[in-house]
Design a protein around this ligand. Structure first.
Ligand SMILES: Cc1cc2nc3c(=O)[nH]c(=O)nc-3n(C[C@H](O)[C@H](O)[C@H](O)COP(=O)(O)O)c2cc1C
Length: 190
């Protein structure tokens, strides 16, 4: 069975650095028989600008957000994927808001039993990968931290490639050695 790879782009630029990273990562996985599915978080339609904290998902056994919009279908894809790739530009020392909306809506993929002190999630056993780029190099650890914590919390393995000094959108294509690194990660992950 080929592995299912879900790539979520958090960049509002379709021709920018994040897109280049995704393109190269795909090149790697396709050579190994992987089937990528790409979602552009910035171009999805949402009923609300983030998680509403309604907590209705916690009253159901299903790993589904009750808000029936585009984020909901991304979450369903996430639950079925083997590998989840989150690709984002560094925006003020964190992921883009476009990606963060999806990350917060992942609340519906966790089922907490506070009395028992347990949490169940279909994310357990999957792989989470962070691909990111930044204009400079400051704060890359801050960007990576929430992803490492989410991976640890949910029982996913984690890998990342963050490219510093990537310039503005599209400049990363002129940086020596980046493409090779990302293609290699795509190959290695399968
Ligand atoms: C709103 C915004 C915030 C940014 N914040 C940072 C930052 O804190 N540090 C940094 O090094 N680059 C920052 N950048 C630059 C981007 O992270 C960088 O150019 C990235 O490679 C762009 O990726 P993209 O072409 O996919 O949008 C910012 C860019 C924007 C538009």
């Amino acid at each position: 069975m080929p592995k299912k790879i879900l790539i979520i782009s958090g960049s509002p630029k379709k021709d920018g650095n994040t897109t280049a990273l995704i393109e190269w990562f795909q090149e790697g996985i396709i050579t190994k028989g992987g089937i990528p599915d790409i979602v552009y978080a910035a171009f999805l339609k949402y009923k609300f600008p983030g998680c509403t904290s309604c907590r209705a998902c916690q009253k159901s056994e299903k790993y589904e957000c009750v808000i029936d919009d585009d984020a909901r279908s991304v979450l369903l894809k996430m639950a079925k994927a083997d590998i989840i790739v989150m690709a984002t530009p560094l925006y003020f020392f964190g992921p883009s808001a476009q990606l963060k909306i999806i990350m917060d809506r992942m609340f519906s993929l966790y089922k907490w039993d506070n009395a028992a002190g347990t949490m169940k999630t279909p994310l357990q056993g999957k792989t989470l990968i962070l691909l990111a780029s930044a204009f400079e190099g400051e704060g890359l650890d801050a960007l990576e931290k929430p992803f490492t914590l989410i991976a640890r919390y949910t029982g996913m393995s984690f890998d990342s490639l963050i490219i510093a000094n990537a310039g503005v959108s599209g400049d990363i294509r002129n940086k020596d050695g980046v493409k090779e690194k990302i293609v290699a990660l795509g190959k290695r992950i399968l």
